[in-house]
Design a protein around this ligand. Sequence first.
Ligand SMILES: Nc1ncnc2c1ncn2[C@@H]1O[C@H](COP(=O)(O)OP(=O)(O)O)[C@@H](O)[C@H]1O
Ligand SMILES: N[C@@H](CCC(=O)OP(=O)(O)O)C(=O)O
Length: 360
Amino acid sequence: MLPSTTIVIKIGSNVLTQANGLPDLHRMGHLVDQVMKLKAAGKKVVLVSSGAVAFGRQKAFLPEKLNPVFKKQIWASTGQIQLINRYQDLFEKHGQTIAQILVTKEDFRDRKHYLNMKNCIEALLQQDIFPIVNENDTVTITELMFTDNDELAGLTAAMINADTLMILSNVHGIFTGNPENPSSQLIEKVQVNMPEINQYISASKSSFGRGGMLTKYAMAKKSADLGIQVFIANGKNDGVLEAFLDGSLRCTWFEPQKQKQAPKKWLAHGSHYYKGEVFINDGAKESLTSTVIRSLLPIGVSRVEGEFSKGDILLIRDEKGEKIGLGRAEYSSKSALEKIGQRQQKAIIHYNYLYLFDHE
Ligand SMILES: Nc1ncnc2c1ncn2[C@@H]1O[C@H](COP(=O)(O)OP(=O)(O)O)[C@@H](O)[C@H]1O
Ligand SMILES: N[C@@H](CCC(=O)OP(=O)(O)O)C(=O)O
């Protein structure tokens, strides 16, 4: 475990609900008390909290046959008010003002939205207002949805340059088998060059969760690659955050690699958010993957696909179609089409906004 100053804490739906599905206000209160202890210890904290759908489900009784998308929208829109009101009551007891931030995947795709979000969270933290983030579930349907809030928490941690991501679920971490099986053991440490441990993870999830342990693992690995240490721990355990503070936390810890620069962190999460594709020739591939720092020039581009604007994320492929990396477009697709193959043109992707895959 490494020192931490800025922490994103993700709380799963199951942590905030009882087995019968009713909100667990006692647990919520206990977590808020502990978050305040982290703040008192000088940590900057941002919360990514699930629970809108779970809270809404308890209040809005809907016909069984209603379209599942409408159900989710109704539960999320009614439940988010309850969720945030509960937080407000609980934080108010500590004299702490809170802010609600509801976001969509689109906000991470568009660099302007991304920077607006980042600046807003940073301004809130500076003013000592506590940000609570959730997905805007009423507008994010099917392909617009985050896989789950674990993905949103990973993106948020990268966005605000957090050094620590704490994922609170209803298990102590990743086990070598079903966590309910007494022979399964907790994997305490995940290090960079360790073999994949996803073989141990089953697709099963807790009753109110969306993504399951597989997305937690994928997001934790990605965040660790970007230099963020990740803890997966049991938010249902009393004193979980105090144990984090005193170093006695029982959890799965992901060792971080060296911190990446901020624009590269934005791009690293862009695999699902790119707007267009650029295909590069062998010479450009060699140049980009060499040890010398280089931008991608139009002369190295053989074709572009998709409609994109300046500032959008592009996926870079080689001539065989293999994925090489991601970058921020310096041209719109219209200008790029005019410039490809030409010499002495400004880079289509500047090095500062280029992220190359390690082994994809
Ligand atoms: N190898 C494993 N170790 C730990 N949990 C696992 C494993 N395989 C599957 N799981 C399941 O993942 C669940 C946690 O994911 P999820 O239900 O999405 O929680 P949350 O609501 O906190 O996001 C656990 O309750 C457990 O049932
Ligand atoms: N935005 C949804 C959260 C969905 C989700 O990812 O849930 P979980 O897997 O419990 O973190 C809600 O507030 O209900």
